[in-house]
Ligand binder design. Structure first.
Ligand SMILES: [Zn+2]
Length: 313
């Protein structure tokens, strides 16, 4: 083993996955070796992803293809988001990882452990306002994003048109022409059948007045948080090999009809009163519903950091 490589890797476990590349890298320059160690991906992969991100930011909502790399986790477990995060992370960054709003669920803990092993020097936090990069699965944190903060989404299905058109070539043309008529028909059918649009997650959202995106399986409650906010939103679909973005201060309008306003989950009880978090008492956060030991319904903030912060006030 190259002694330089051995010295600077933090954990033997993390080396296992790069052992095969290591033989090839014996002849590489010191700079190349350093780039390979930090952030798991090699420098060429990171450059390609960063170039893709530039294009995604330049054309808000457009799905930019990229050559999604194999990662040491299965596709569908956040490889797209993880590749974006690893391409952006520097040693002065502060990272937060959440899964359904929680810092402690399995997906978040595993990704955080992987990043701490492959990105030595990066600080980890559970507090949203302290983070420079937040990787998320299916939620936008309750604390509003500030300028300079980046929210990276793990996306299973990037294209909202997939429910109405099988051919990717045709979908690309429809996106290019801003032709979302069949999506509107789908929403209208919902209205006819159920008297309201019933989509609860992955609500189609028009970005900057043109492209309609699938904002990943965030609840409707989170969709307005994409509109005209100072933070940068990056979406990575590893299996589908697509990256897209909602840049800061960009319009993000959920598709809806003029006479049917967009509605978010209200969490009202039978008397019309807004339910509060059972733990911190908050009445303005997104609530998870579960049953306690006696079978009673209990509501609690989905964002664990927000709940802890409200509790300590
Ligand atoms: Zn709470």
């Amino acid at each position: 083993m190259n002694p330089m490589l051995q010295k600077s890797l933090p954990d033997p476990q993390a080396v296992l996955s790069v052992d095969s590349q290591e033989l090839d890298s014996q002849e590489n320059s010191k700079e190349d070796i350093t780039n390979k160690q930090f952030g798991f991906l090699d420098s060429f992969a990171k450059k390609e992803i960063r170039r893709t991100l530039f294009k995604a930011v330049a054309i808000p909502g457009y799905q930019v293809p990229y050559s999604s790399r194999e990662m040491p986790i299965a596709r569908g477990f956040g490889t797209g988001g993880l590749q974006i995060t690893l391409s952006l992370l520097g040693q002065d960054d502060v990272l937060k990882v959440i899964d359904q709003g929680s810092d402690e669920s399995v997906n978040a803990v595993n990704i955080r452990n992987f990043i701490s092993k492959t990105c030595p020097g990066v600080s980890l936090t559970k507090h949203t306002p302290e983070a420079t990069i937040i990787q998320t699965r299916h939620r936008i944190p309750e604390f509003p994003l500030k300028l300079g903060q980046i929210l990276v989404f793990q996306v299973p299905y990037p294209d909202p048109l997939v429910i109405v058109e099988n051919s990717e070539a045709k979908r690309k043309q429809m996106h290019g022409e801003g032709d979302y008529a069949r999506l509107w028909v789908k929403l209208y059918e919902d209205m006819v059948k159920f008297s309201e649009i019933t989509i609860s997650h992955r609500y189609p959202t028009r970005i900057n007045g043109h492209y309609v995106i699938d904002p990943s399986p965030i609840p409707r409650f989170d969709v307005p948080k994409l509109h005209q906010v100072p933070g940068l939103h990056l979406f990575g679909a590893g299996r589908e090999k697509k990256i897209y973005a909602v840049p800061p201060f960009t319009d993000a309008q959920p598709l809806t009809f003029d006479d049917v306003p967009f509605r978010v989950e209200d969490f009202n009880d039978a008397d019309g009163n807004r339910r509060s978090c059972n733990r911190c008492g908050s009445t303005d956060s997104y609530l998870d519903e579960f049953l306690d030991e006696e079978g009673c319904r209990v509501y609690q903030c989905s964002d664990s950091d927000y709940c802890n912060s409200m509790l300590s006030k």
